[in-house]
Design a protein around this ligand. Structure first.
Ligand code: FAD
Length: 324
């Protein structure tokens, strides 16, 4: 029987999420010679988005174009994803370890009666077997897992599987399917865009994060300026969110978002274990803190002991002059 890999596509506004492209890249690595990668789209997708899925590796695109799927709800997406998996019977199912993925994957796995490997940060192959790496103990250690029997189901942490270049010559025909929605206990009346509009914090390559050391909302305006110059997104510690310096949607850490950008700049953040749990896998960490003993320095690649209100404006000026 030919191998089939199903990848659940996600969008952010009009663009495919990077994690969807990363999941397609992972699928390509796992694909056997006669294997097929099927991208599943829930809701309306444009021709451009379908073409992009093909360019990044989808051999087939299935679209469940029910209008009610244009807005994510746990019930509707679970129903539809479950039906498609039953119908398509893929060997491997991949999706992003995003808000949606974290919500959906365990429910669908439970309905199917199969296991789930969540929050995968790397995929390797040993003796022809797929080995998934995932962080445990808030990122302090890594666990390697493989599936012994049955379907493989995994969620991929954003920003960890390097995206491959698209093959612009590839195209694919979309298959439109109708699905039944059995349960829906939620009506979404309105979606309010919060402070994270622009670059999606979980997918940002550069994150400028502020803590209680930023002293107030004005401090975060400074961070926004640095983020704009560098093309990054602003994040925060819970200390800063609790103090109402910024919105909770920016919170990074154990009870906030988990980020793994190429560059994380921590400004006026002490480095509490709960914060570190959300950012310690960043590829490079720069910490700015006036306390040379602050724990954040123990995980930083570069540390600047200084006042954020002197260092951050100097960085903005320096990066601006480099860009000009
Ligand atoms: P502080 O610890 O007060 O640190 C402020 C830092 O700013 C200090 O190091 C200080 O030296 C520095 N500073 C002050 N002024 C300046 C200046 N002018 N220039 C430079 N540096 C300056 N926290 C999270 O972040 N994310 C979570 O998800 C999270 N989840 C939690 C879950 C639980 C169950 C619990 C109990 C706590 C959680 N916390 C979380 C809270 C966490 O324990 C810390 O309280 C919080 O991270 C501290 O935020 P902070 O570093 O901004 O503030």
């Amino acid at each position: 029987m030919n191998q089939k890999i199903l990848v659940l596509s996600e969008k952010h506004g009009s663009k495919l999420k990077n994690v969807t492209i990363e999941a397609l890249t992972a699928a390509k690595q796992m694909k056997k010679q006669a294997g097929r990668i099927v991208a599943l789209c829930l809701g309306t997708y444009t021709e451009d988005q379908i073409k992009q899925l093909a360019e990044y590796g989808a051999d087939q695109v299935i679209i469940a174009e029910d209008e009610s799927l244009n807005v994510f709800t746990t019930d509707t997406y679970t129903d539809v994803l479950y039906q498609v998996i039953k119908e398509e019977n893929p060997d491997i199912i991949l999706m992003g370890h995003t808000g949606e993925g974290k919500d959906l994957a365990p429910r669908v796995a439970a309905r199917l009666g199969i296991g789930l490997i969540s929050d995968v940060t790397a995929i390797n192959f040993e003796n022809g077997e797929i080995i998934f790496t995932r962080p445990i103990y808030s990122g302090k250690a890594f666990q390697k897992k493989k599936v012994i029997e049955g379907k493989t189901f995994a969620t991929i942490r954003p920003n960890n599987i390097p995206m491959e270049e698209p093959d612009l010559t590839r195209t694919v025909d979309a298959t439109y399917i109708s699905t039944k929605i059995y349960h829906n206990r939620i009506n979404v009346n309105e979606i309010v865009q919060k402070a994270t509009e622009g670059i999606d914090l979980s997918e940002a390559k550069i994150v400028i994060s502020g803590g209680r050391g930023m002293k107030g909302q004005e401090g975060f305006i400074l961070l926004k300026e640095l983020a704009t110059v560098l093309g990054g997104a602003v994040g925060a510690s819970r200390g800063a969110c609790d103090a109402d310096y910024c919105d909770y949607s920016l919170q990074i850490g154990q009870t906030g978002k988990i980020v793994t950008p190429d560059l994380y700049i921590a400004c006026g953040i002490s480095g509490a274990i709960q914060h570190v749990a959300g950012m310690s896998n960043s590829k490079m960490i720069i910490a700015i803190n006036k306390d040379s003993e602050a724990p954040i320095f123990s995980i930083a690649d570069y540390g600047i002991v200084g006042d954020v209100f002197e260092v951050v404006p100097a960085l903005i000026e320096a990066f601006r002059s480099v860009k000009m």
